[in-house]
Structure formats: structure tokens, C-alpha cells
Write a protein that binds this ligand. Sequence first.
Ligand code: SF4
Length: 313
Amino acid sequence: MPHIVEVPCVQALAPSLLAGYDWALNPYRGCALDCLYCYAPDVVGIGRSTWGETVFVKRSIPTVLAKEVRKKRRGVVGISTVTDGYQPAEKRLEITRRCLEVLARARWPVSVLTKCPLVTRDLDLLTTIPAAEVGFSIATGDDRERRLWEASCPPIGARIEALRAVAGAGVRAYVFAGPLYPESQESSVRILARLSAEAGAAELIADSLHPRAGALERVLEATTPQPRREWHERGEALMLALEDECREVGLPFARAQNWKPRASSGNGGDDHLVAARAAEEQAPVLEQPREVARLAAPFAQAFPVDARLHEFD
Ligand code: SF4
């Protein structure tokens, strides 16, 4: 189990440059899932050698968020743009859930990306959020391949069942197949396409492996892939197989670099914002400070303070 360290939060919503998101929200810095290819250590400035050992928790982020949704421009909030907001610590701490409570009450659109079935715990909230969606990060349909690259992550079957539950609850669910492992077989990604379609995914977005320095060394040490010069070729072969199988099963497919927010009439191409605008007039105004205090209360005794560090983002 990783060491949990509490850090203060000075900003909950950070402007996002990612397609489809206006804001990024990351309740945790650090991630116990410790995927081989993870680039997040470089993004948040944590040493790669200690990644996975310590998870920094922004204890006050729901309180800060409750203030920010009153002041900032309403837009799509991407949850887990850097580290997984449903990693194991969330089961006990429920900080991502408290953030969702704030966003649901303020009726802000939300897009979650995760590898963890724990997100289904929050379907009661997600089903009340306009244009909510949940993406499941799944790179292969073969758990033997998954174990090598994402040893601490939930098995593929658990993620597919979680996707099924999300879609079944009426919340848009999609699969982010990335990064595709150069070692994967074409048959494995074809299975992924079929599993995704059968479970009710609305879309599959795929990306190749782009290891940064640090992650690259880990990948090379821990796997026995083809020589690196063949990675691009393998990635392209997997991408084509995935695209072909998606076509076979009628699942919309996009490469990550080409993906665009879903088109809709009259809003310049973003369903999230249509729904957000429609919801805006009904949005309740949080009563300050009583409402903020109520939302923050569960955190006061949630866990002891190990340390207080300066907020990174
Ligand atoms: S789940 Fe995401 S943030 Fe966590 S280690 Fe894996 S890639 Fe990194």
C-alpha cells in the first residue's frame, strides 16, 4: 500500500488544453497503479523511482472546487487527466466523489477517464450530471499482456463489466485504448474491440506508445519487445487491426491525434456544452459558506495529516 500524504490545494480546476475538456481536475498527485509506461511522474514532478510508493492527496479540493464553480466559466471538467482519480486510495478517501457532488450540484459537465471499476460507485451522481461520460482506459483484450504492462491495475474483465454498468445506467461510456503495447497481438486488440462494443461502449479512441525518458527505460527493462525501431510499425499494425475490428462490430473508432469532440448541430461541435448551457438556467447556486462547509465536512476527519507540502498545480 502506498504512503498517503496530504497536501493543500490552491486550485481545483486547471485550464485544460486537451480536446473536449475545458478544465482539468486531479484530486490525487501520484498513483498507486504504477503502469510501466506512465508519463505522469514527469508532469507532476515526482521522481520515477518513487512513483507508486506515495500518493499525495489534495484533501481540500472539494472545498476549493465549490468556490471555483461559482466564479469560473462553466465547461467540461476532465477528471483524471494526469493521475487516476479512482485509484485504490479513493475507495476510502472519497475525494473524487466529493468533487463529483460539487459538480453535480452545480450542474457542470464531467468527463472521467479511469482504469478502475470503482467509478461505478458514483453512478448515483454521474447519472444526475448533464452530459457526463466515463472513459475506460484499456489497451488490450488479453490479460496476459495487461499484466506485463499494468501489473497493479484492475483486470480487463473488471473494466469491461464496469463499462457495461456505466452504459447500462445511461451514462455515455467509451474506451481509450492507449497506449497500445508493441508486444500485443492483433488478435488481442480485436478482442478488445468486440468486448467494448458488446458492453455498450459508444466509441473507441486509440493511441500508440509514446514513452518519455524514464518511462522508456522502464519499458525496455521490463519487457522483451521488438527492437524499438519496430515499435512504430507494430503500433500501426495494431491500430489498423483495431480500426478494422471496430468497423466490423460497428463501434466508432478514432485515433487519439485525430479525435475531435462529438459534433452536434448549432454549438460548434460539442455536445457537452449544449447540455451545459441547457442546464445552466436550472443550476442551483451553492449557498456560501454553509454549503461549502457541509461539502467539506467529511474530509475533516477522513484521514490524519502526514505532511503538508506546497501545491504543485
Ligand atoms: S493509472 Fe494512469 S496515472 Fe496511474 S500509473 Fe497508470 S498511467 Fe499513470
